[in-house]
Design a protein around this ligand. Structure first.
Ligand code: ADP
Ligand code: MG
Length: 260
């Protein structure tokens, strides 16, 4: 990819919530595709040992030879491991033994800065880099938050989904104090939203005030289309171009264009 000297380095955005099943991976794939539609150069990084993002972009984690694992352990550069997927998006794939990388990172000095340093080499190649975090607040997520300018917190519009957001925000406060003072929370992204449910409406109305954070709009509707997309290795934006879910992610990406 040609390096552009006139453009600013990529904005790095973590998509994190230590709860599983809140649509982190779906949001990374869909926002990435939406940014690509705007002509942005997009890199996605799979930081989850489940490798769902890798799989959903049509890359088989079982045959990946070089992955984010090697990057985190300093054995390969991002340029060595990135692959090009449909929709012109680049991916740093994950593999199942990422959990091993986490354990090997732990005793190392500066372990929280490894990803930030690795991404420095490619930030000029992209406009936006999205980091798909694992469902934990461990060293991989700390690496993501340390490498990022922005954080998006996907949150389903259900009461119990609140639990853990406070803890995540405590971690963000620590990261800002110690590791990365430039980290900004772009907002909560309401996901799996059922507009017919009063309860979901109430949660949506309350959540921004409760955490004193912006709420990204529009909320992402719950639709069965999302379950279908990963099976064909493409995001919902190309498998179901005009669905409400695809349109919602496009609108959220558009609202974020000022930041990238
Ligand atoms: P996470 O990465 O936070 O664990 P995923 O993105 O993998 O969450 O989503 C969890 C499950 O919810 C997946 O099966 C996904 O297909 C489904 N899903 C995500 N967003 C939606 C949506 N808007 N409507 C319906 N199902 C969704
Ligand atoms: Mg995930």
């Amino acid at each position: 990819m040609a390096k552009s000297r006139t453009k600013k380095p990529a904005t790095v955005i973590s998509v994190a919530n230590q709860k599983g099943g809140v649509a982190k991976t779906t949001s990374v794939a869909s926002l990435g595709a939406a940014f690509a539609e705007h002509g942005k150069r997009v890199l996605l990084v799979d930081l989850d040992a489940q490798a769902c993002l890798t799989f959903s972009l049509g890359v088989d984690p079982d045959v990946v030879e070089l992955s984010v694992n090697e990057v985190l352990l300093g054995r390969a550069s991002v340029e060595d491991v990135r692959v090009e997927c449909d929709e012109g998006i680049h991916l740093v794939p994950s593999v199942i033994d990422l959990a091993g990388a986490e354990a090997q990172l732990l005793p190392r000095p500066g372990r929280e800065y490894v990803l930030r340093t690795a991404l420095e080499d490619v930030r000029d190649d992209y406009d936006v880099i999205l980091l798909d975090c694992s469902p934990s607040l461990g060293v991989l997520t700390l690496n993501a938050l340390t490498a990022s300018q922005g954080l998006i917190i996907p949150m389903p519009c259900e009461m119990l989904s609140h639990r853990g957001v406070g803890q995540l925000l405590d971690t963000v406060a620590d990261v800002k104090k110690i590791l990365n003072k430039d980290l900004a929370v772009y907002g909560i992204l309401p996901t799996l939203f059922d507009g017919r449910s009063n309860h979901a409406q109430e949660v949506l109305a309350d959540v921004g005030e409760r955490y004193d954070l912006p709420v990204l709009e529009p909320p992402i509707p719950k639709t069965v289309r999302f379950a279908e997309a990963p099976a064909v290795g493409r995001s919902i934006l190309s498998t179901s171009r005009t669905s409400k879910g695809a349109q919602a992610y496009r609108a959220v990406a558009k609202s974020l264009l000022t930041k990238v």
